[in-house]
Structure formats: structure tokens, C-alpha cells
Design a protein around this ligand. Structure first.
Ligand code: HEC
Ligand code: HEC
Length: 371
């Protein structure tokens, strides 16, 4: 190739490159704003669509109820209680004093399943079995969450009855519920003066009891919170004193069915709780096989065979709720004095007398708590 040729083709290449550059530049100048405008339009259209859809859907289509409100047990039957506390988000939601639910319900308590109670485990009785007497059934069912059926229904009229706490997880005898022990440490008219002389050991004991009480109840944020506060303040500091003022009012909220333990009749020989009618497996099987076809007389016989320890009539309220001759030695079973006062208080007596004589009683008066 001659040098003239080379120069010419280089010139051509330069012209060509220039042509491509200009063309590209022109294209970009037109295209970029268009792509940009198009993109912007797409975003605006999409946002408009989303907001109108949101408006239409939220106004016109009834939404799903949030689990905080819907996930409530409507009946405390075997299934609901078996599911456990954590299955119902609303129990914790309702604990928040400003949640909408808390306005209507106080659901801070929960009933733990009793895996060792053969009366309910056999498939015969529900965990809240009382339905007949409408004046007393709520009271009796409330008791059934912390007292084994046998305490009221087994034969024996000793006063006091020999009783023992048993663990709902293991069925074994155990110490009184941690929350009662914690309550004992902070309640009573002399609570504050007792804490004046308290040591760090006692503070640790209180904190540990509260944490255990929360665990025993299946995890209660409110109790863990109280434990953390008692842990953080120095004994005798204003913060600690303030806790001593408020906590005795708060702890009783966690007394119902959340002990992780129940009272049962104590077997004299072994010291173990009596949680069943002994040697009744075949009688129970026979009852289930025959109950639908048996006549009235046979049913009575079958039921008697299932319940060898049952007394003719269950204990009534004043058998236990009395200062003298109570079938339950509340103090011995670990109930703090402030709690025992509640159980034998004239207000409970009066109400019970009203129930027994068939007169109306007024619940708010009963629930009013004075410390
Ligand atoms: C605090 C004592 C107490 C406890 C605990 C208790 N009961 Fe009762 N129960 C009674 C009394 C009192 C009656 C009689 C009620 C009446 O007069 O209306 C009764 C009645 C009953 C009845 C008759 C039907 C009815 O609806 O009233 C059944 C069944 C029964 N109890 C089963 C049980 C079972 C099962 C348990 C344990 C899960 C239990 N009870 C725990 C005191 C108790
Ligand atoms: C076997 C003895 C016994 C019998 C019978 C009994 N109670 Fe009780 N009652 C107790 C015990 C123990 C407690 C504490 C339960 C707990 O720790 O949750 C209690 C708690 C109560 C409370 C709660 C008090 C408070 O301040 O929180 C009331 C109210 C009550 N009983 C009323 C009654 C009525 C009404 C009856 C009869 C229908 C009755 N009791 C029958 C033993 C009994």
C-alpha cells in the first residue's frame, strides 16, 4: 500500500469514527431524557395504582382481624388449655395496658394443663368441670386451677387435711409456688421495715423467686420486668422502696392458675400426692364401653367403681374458708399471711353465706382488694 493510500484510508477511518461518535451522542441526547421520563411515568403510575388499591382494599374489603385480637381462646376447653399460653398472642397483647383489647378484657392469667390429674386425663372430666350450680361454678372452676379435684372430692374430714403441692410438669411433690414465696417477701404491713435490715442475699432470693415464678407460669414478661427492677436497685434506695410500694398490688394478678403447681391430698405412707383413684383402669375402660347402653342403676354402679375415693358430697366453701377448723392449713401450705387474710376475710365469709342462702351477691365488692 502506498503512503498516499494509507493517508487516505486513515482519513476515511477518522471521518467514520467522528460520524459514529456524533451519531451516538445525538442518540443519547434524545434517548436518555425519554427513558428517564418513561421510567418516572412508570414509577408514578405504579405508586398511584398501589395507593388507590390500598385505599379501595382497606375501605371496601374487610381485612383479617389481627392475631392480637383474633387469637384468643373462646372456650377454655381441653384443647385450648392443652395448646399452652404462647399459642394465644392476645394474652400478652392484653397485658399491655394501652392495647385496645386490654380495654375490654383482662387476660393476663392462663391455666396450665395438668398432665398428672387422672380425673381429667382419663377423658372423663374437663379441666374446668363444674357446670351445674351457676352460683358457684365459676368459683369451683377457679379453684380447680390451683387445687386438685381430690382435695374437695376425696373422702376424709380431717381439719386440716394433709396436703402437698405437686409439680404440674412432673407430678412430684414440691415446695410452694415461687410466686407465693416472692409475695411473702414483699407483702404485709411490716414489709418495708423487714427490708431495712435485708442483705444482698435476700435481694437475690427475691429476684430468683420472681424469675422462677415467670418460668413456672410459662413466661410472663411482667414478672421478669419486676425481677429486673428488683435486681437493678440497691436495697434501701428510693427505687427499691418504690417497688415495695407497688409490687404487692401487682403480684396477685399472677396468682390464678399460673403456679405451675397444685395442692393435692398427701398420701400418708409415701408423702406423694394422690392424683387418681387407685386401681381403676379396668373400671374406666368398662365405663367407656358401657356408658351409652347402660341403664340408670348400672351407670351408678359403673361410676362408683371408677370413684372409690369419692366422698358423698364435696366440701363446701366454709369447710376451708374459716379462721377456725379449716380443712386447709393455708399458712402451712405456704400461703403468706397477707394472702391467708384474704381467704378468711369477713368479706369472703359474707359472700359465701349469701351464696349458700341463695341470695344475690355482688362481684365488684368481692374483687375490691384492700392491702
Ligand atoms: C374447691 C373445691 C373443689 C374442687 C377443687 C373441685 N370441685 Fe368438683 N365440686 C365441688 C363442689 C362443692 C361441688 C358441688 C357443686 C354444687 O353444689 O353445685 C362440685 C361438683 C362437681 C361435679 C358435679 C357436676 C357439676 O357440674 O357441679 C363434678 C363432675 C365435679 N365436681 C368434678 C370435679 C373435677 C373433675 C375436679 C378437678 C378437675 C373438681 N371437681 C374440683 C368442689 C370442688
Ligand atoms: C378445699 C378447700 C376450699 C374450698 C372447699 C373452697 N375454697 Fe376457696 N380457696 C381455697 C384455696 C386454697 C384458695 C387459694 C387458691 C389459689 O391459691 O389460687 C381459695 C381461694 C378462694 C378465693 C380467692 C380469694 C382471693 O382473695 O383471691 C375465693 C373468692 C374463694 N376461694 C371462694 C370460695 C367459694 C365461694 C367456695 C365455695 C363455692 C370455696 N372458695 C371453696 C380453698 C378452698
Amino acid at each position: 500500500m502506498s503512503s498516499a493510500d494509507l493517508r487516505r484510508s486513515m482519513r476515511h477511518a477518522a471521518v467514520y469514527a467522528d460520524y459514529i461518535l456524533r451519531g451516538t451522542w445525538r442518540f443519547l441526547r434524545v434517548a436518555v431524557p425519554r427513558v428517564y421520563a418513561f421510567g418516572l411515568m412508570a414509577v408514578i403510575l405504579w405508586l398511584t395504582y398501589m395507593s388507590i388499591r390500598y385505599l379501595v382494599v382497606s375501605l371496601a374489603v374487610p381485612g383479617k382481624t389481627p392475631p392480637q385480637i383474633a387469637a384468643l381462646p373462646t372456650r377454655l376447653d381441653r384443647e385450648a388449655i392443652g395448646a399452652g399460653r404462647t399459642a394465644f398472642a392476645a394474652l400478652d397483647a392484653a397485658e399491655h395496658p394501652r392495647s385496645p383489647l386490654a380495654h375490654y378484657h383482662r387476660l393476663d392469667s392462663w391455666i396450665e394443663p395438668d398432665r398428672f390429674n387422672d380425673c381429667t386425663r382419663s377423658g372423663c372430666h374437663g379441666p374446668l368441670p363444674h357446670a351445674k350450680g351457676k352460683e358457684v361454678r365459676a368459683f369451683l372452676n377457679m379453684h380447680a386451677t390451683s387445687i386438685h379435684c381430690g382435695v374437695c372430692h376425696f373422702q376424709g374430714d380431717e381439719a386440716p387435711r394433709s396436703l402437698v403441692w405437686y409439680d404440674l410438669q412432673t407430678g412430684d411433690a414440691r415446695d410452694p409456688p415461687a410466686i407465693l414465696q416472692a409475695y411473702e417477701m414483699v407483702s404485709g404491713p411490716d414489709a418495708k421495715s423487714r427490708w431495712k435490715k435485708a442483705t444482698a442475699d435476700q435481694q437475690r432470693r427475691l429476684v430468683n423467686l420472681l424469675r422462677r415464678a415467670s418460668r413456672e407460669a410459662g413466661g410472663i414478661a411482667g414478672l421478669d420486668d419486676i425481677a429486673d427492677h428488683f435486681n437493678a436497685y440497691r436495697v434501701g434506695s428510693p427505687g427499691f422502696e418504690k417497688m415495695l410500694d407497688s409490687v404487692p398490688e401487682v403480684l396477685p394478678r399472677y396468682f390464678r392458675g399460673e403456679y405451675g403447681a397444685k395442692l393435692a391430698v398427701r398420701d400418708a405412707a409415701s408423702g406423694r400426692p394422690v392424683l387418681r383413684h387407685p386401681d381403676t383402669e379396668s373400671a374406666v375402660r368398662e365405663w367407656f364401653a358401657r356408658k351409652d347402653t347402660a341403664g340408670a342403676d348400672e351407670r351408678m354402679k359403673l361410676l362408683a367403681a371408677v370413684h372409690p375415693l369419692r366422698s358423698e358430697s364435696a366440701m363446701s366453701c366454709t369447710h376451708c374458708h374459716s379462721v377456725e377448723g379449716s380443712r386447709v392449713d393455708f399458712a402451712k401450705m405456704g400461703y403468706p399471711p397477707a394472702r391467708v387474710d384474704d381467704f378468711v376475710a369477713p368479706i369472703v365469709f359474707r359472700m359465701i353465706e349469701h351464696i349458700n342462702s341463695g341470695r344475690a351477691f355482688h362481684l365488684p365488692e368481692v374483687l375490691e382488694r384492700k392491702h
